[in-house]
Design a protein around this ligand. Sequence first.
Ligand code: ZN
Length: 501
Amino acid sequence: MNDSMRRAGAILLVIFGGTGLWWAGSGAPASASANDAMVATIAAAREYAAASDPRLKGASRFEEGGWIYLHLEGDPGAIGFQHGYLLAPEIEDGFAAVSAGMMHSTERDWEFFRKAAREMLWPKIDAEYQQELQGIVEGLRARTGSKLDVDDIVAFNAFEELPDYYVPWLNKQLGTANAPILKSPGNCSAFVAAGSWTKDGQIVMAHNNWTSYRNGERWRIVFDIAPKNGYRMLMDGFPGVIASDDDFGINSDGLMVTETTITQFEGWDPKGKAEFVRARKALQYAGSIDEYTGIMLDGNNGGYANDWLLGDRKTGEIAQLELGLKAYKLWRTKDGVLSGSNWARDSKVLKEDAPQFDPNNKESSPNARRARWDELLKENKGKIDVKLAEQMLGDHADTAQKKEEANERTLCGHVDGSPRGVKEWDWQPYYPGGAVQGKATDAAMTKEMRIMARMGHPCGGDFLAKPFLAAHPEYAWEEPYLRDMKAGPWTEFRSGQAAKE
Ligand SMILES: [Zn+2]
């Protein structure tokens, strides 16, 4: 017997002191080798011991409509532990898919990202979120014996900002020869409306998340978080990531938040604070549009630069925060509609932060969708409600071709059907990406902490991996990670929800 086996044996004795009956019922197969049995026993013992960890108190998980609903509560370490423990299989799976994508696009190894996380990001993360990230690692280890450590989890949390903002900036600084082409992502179609635009005069907000189907099919968590400090939050999210990250969330002080990403954004400040930290902090602590703006600006690192669409149900005011690095602008109104489809609108932000973006090319995905939002929202002025918003998120009108066709220019994106791809994001023809899920809410629902969410294409269409890969062998590298993405029904989620009987 080696040392670690002896230690494990000692732990088992302690754990199984009064639990012989429990173990008798769960048995490993009698034919398994002694070693396999020992490994299985240790894993079962670890999981059993962890399940009674006091940090899990109050946390819960259930599945509905293709989503995994997760309730987390308590201090930061407990919230992290619950997250890591209850989503352990999904985090391991999501980490594998995301890290493979990060390494593939940047041609950097994983150690590069770990180092960036440790040396550049970690020192500027608030203590509260350091504890939560550390908690995720502890929860993961308690459940599965995961080998992931805090550097892995921090790099993974920064998956929207390290590959497409930091790496191109770094390559430029270093004059890296033959550096891969990296373009900031263009995620999402969204709007927020208020006043004479909506049916009840109150705020309506909707968003669909555009990303690779590889990642998007995993973007299926509804987080209900009751933190010790700050406001309660209800948001969609990715397993293992502490911010919503495609960004759709509401808080118990009435703030409503979503965004679309600024296409062809360039810039990074290595001294800044990670975007995923600022975004999470802003949803947790902002009770007004001004407070939200203040938190996002504090330590702005330029990562994952977005046009934030905000609503404050207490005042009925909506706002758009176009958050560049060198420039930013805030628009606000109590009677209007603000839409997003990955285009910057402020001339200074365009000039200084997204100089390559052409706002006049009507054929590009951001501009064609911008035209469609204008059309669709105007047509429905005074009638907009959550039901209508759900339909809009599944819209397939292509304004460039003036016809119905699900492609890269439609509000519900299907880039896998486009021979053009989206060159502004370096998405090649038939790239397996597009709108992967949708969410909507309004002021009345926000007051009760409720949202509607649909997993998969908001139009209800399915993506099937096998025929796609057969037709497009150029995406064969995704094969280990790319899965079917089948649409679920529009489903309501609310804070404090329990699984249906
Ligand atoms: Zn669609």
